[in-house]
Design a protein around this ligand. Structure first.
Ligand SMILES: [Zn+2]
Length: 310
């Protein structure tokens, strides 16, 4: 479990939905769960430029660095503001996800959770949707570069389509992608139709399941077995879960109506699949979520599932 001021600093202030209070709200709720010795806390670390460049293009890394020094304007068309130090703060999020990968790969932790991370909209060459650097995308390349793994599964239950990961690996047959999200015709970023299954050699290695606005636990329960079957068939070597809490009822910017049971189920079933196929190796990242109660509860349930699942 990762906790620290460095993670808490990632946010955009001034009434922006991605505020800096999400970290504290979650950790307060997690503390109430009294998981005791079952959880070990670790501190964030900063990703190096070389690590960022495993996924992001050098031109884009330089662009963020420059805007961070200027400390104003936007990193994209208007969703993701630049502010002084945004480069370092975004690199802290990426580095922490890499630290989680290290902890699991080196046997220091059975499973790991990184709140605030899961910045799935950032592309290889651009910021988007509150996401500066894509920690999940970097983590995939990091697992390949540092640990010689190839087949990585990325599962995303955030209300928004994980477009930064999807298009970053659209032609990559060894990135197994499964994403349940609100139909892009009704919600940002507008992508993730069911017929987007990967391209070229990667055709069939991506699973997009768009749900209509208002879909709740019943629709999630109908969709989830396809994700399980997909992972079962894909036989990955490592699983990354992006468990955005904005798919829960009451989120101010989306229209799905899951309860936190969906997050608990996804976490426990993926632990089971990880145990079966990849030596138990799984890392979860918090992702989106703009109703503070939902963030606290959904992420806590994921951690509880990580602790409780054999
Ligand atoms: Zn989201």
């Amino acid at each position: 479990m990762f906790r620290g001021e460095e993670l808490a600093r990632y946010g955009f202030g001034d009434g922006h939905p991605f505020g800096c209070d999400r970290h504290e709200v979650f950790h307060d709720e997690l503390a109430k769960a009294c998981l005791g010795d079952a959880i070990r806390y670790a501190a964030p670390r900063r990703a190096s430029v070389d690590e960022l460049a495993l996924f992001h293009l050098p031109e884009y890394i330089n662009f963020v660095s420059k805007r961070s020094a200027e400390g104003c304007g936007f990193l994209d068309g208007g969703d993701t503001p630049a502010f002084p130090g945004v480069f370092e703060i975004a690199a802290d999020v990426v580095g922490t996800t890499l630290a989680a990968v290290d902890a699991v790969m080196q046997g220091d932790a059975r499973r790991a959770f990184v709140p605030i991370a899961g910045l799935h909209h950032a592309g290889r060459d651009h910021a988007a949707g509150f996401c500066v650097f894509n920690d999940c995308g970097v983590a995939v390349e990091y697992l390949r570069h540092n640990y010689d793994l190839q087949r990585i599964a990325y599962v995303d239950i955030d209300a928004h389509h994980g477009d930064g990961v999807f298009y970053g690996f659209e032609y990559d047959p060894d990135l197994l992608f499964a994403d349940i999200h609100e139909d892009g015709r009704f919600l940002y970023p507008g992508t993730g139709a069911a017929n987007e299954t990967g391209k070229g050699p990667a055709t069939g290695t991506k699973l997009n399941i768009p749900l209509p606005p208002g879909a709740g636990d019943a629709e999630f329960a109908d969709a989830w077995p396809a994700v399980e079957a997909f992972i079962e068939h894909a036989r990955p070597e490592f699983i990354i879960l992006q468990c955005g809490a904005d798919s829960l009822e009451g989120d101010p910017i989306t229209h799905l109506r899951f309860t936190e049971d969906a997050h608990a189920r996804a976490a426990s079933e993926l632990c089971r699949l990880a145990a079966k196929h990849c030596g138990g190796r799984i890392v979860a990242t918090g992702g989106g979520g703009y109703n503070r109660h939902n963030v606290a509860r959904a992420w806590t349930r994921v951690v509880e599932s990580f602790v409780a699942t054999a």
